[in-house]
Write a protein that binds this ligand. Structure first.
Ligand SMILES: Cc1cc2nc3c(=O)[nH]c(=O)nc-3n(C[C@H](O)[C@H](O)[C@H](O)COP(=O)(O)O)c2cc1C
Length: 194
């Protein structure tokens, strides 16, 4: 499964990372090329580290605490969080995190999306501060986790791993397309894959 996901990630047009949730330090075990392009941090720097190095002065602590709770419970979540690129530029990151693995939560898959421009912000500290007042986080209890679980186990069982990888990739693109367009994160509950 890990290998299939990494293969998808290598050419995937969105940022994709994989985190080990069984290790209490929650290290990143994989970050794709797009992640490096968008943040400035390359794979070698990222692997083995907790992704909290992306956070900084304007990151809302409530959002971080919310994530911790989700990881403990092994649930999916989506949130907007202020992060910083390697050159120090702050950006608004719409982050989707999905658990997977043997116990259903041993690993997490993460998709990062820079939505600063879409939200009409201008990378200046002042405008990013305002997101603290809006809705920024949401637990994904809807069919998404089920969709991912079913696709993942199907791809695991399939004799044709290439085909399975293509199906998973298509599913991710559909989900991310939707996630980037919604105004309020709670609208994500209305997401329908089929
Ligand atoms: C798959 C995955 C992707 C993540 N991506 C980011 C990210 O892009 N930006 C960020 O600030 N935190 C991200 N995090 C959260 C941090 O790595 C960290 O888990 C969080 O700050 C909670 O701290 P803790 O792991 O020490 O409990 C991600 C976590 C996971 C599991």
């Amino acid at each position: 499964m890990l290998k299939t996901l990494q293969k998808i990630g290598d050419n995937f047009p969105y940022c994709l990372v994989i985190v080990d949730n069984t290790d209490k330090l929650r290290p990143c075990v994989y970050a794709n090329q797009k992640f490096s392009e968008n943040t400035g941090f390359d794979h070698n720097f990222v692997v083995g580290k907790n992704l909290s190095f992306l956070q900084g002065k304007l990151t809302d602590i409530e959002t971080v605490l919310f994530m911790k709770k989700c990881f403990k419970e092994g649930v999916s979540c989506v949130q907007d969080i202020v992060n910083y690129k390697k050159d120090g530029t702050p950006f608004l990151n719409r982050l989707l995190m999905l658990p997977f693995g043997d116990k259903g939560r041993d690993y997490y898959l993460g998709f990062q999306n820079d939505i600063t421009k879409e939200k009409g912000l201008d990378y200046s500290n002042e405008s990013l501060k305002s997101i603290k007042d809006s809705e920024v986080k949401h637990v994904v209890n809807n069919s998404l986790a089920i969709i991912f679980g079913v696709l993942a186990s199907e791809s695991y069982r399939k004799s044709n791993p290439e085909q399975a990888a293509m199906e998973l990739e298509k599913a991710f693109e559909t989900i991310l397309d939707y996630i980037l367009k919604i105004e309020s994160l709670s609208d994500f509950e209305n997401f329908k894959y089929i």
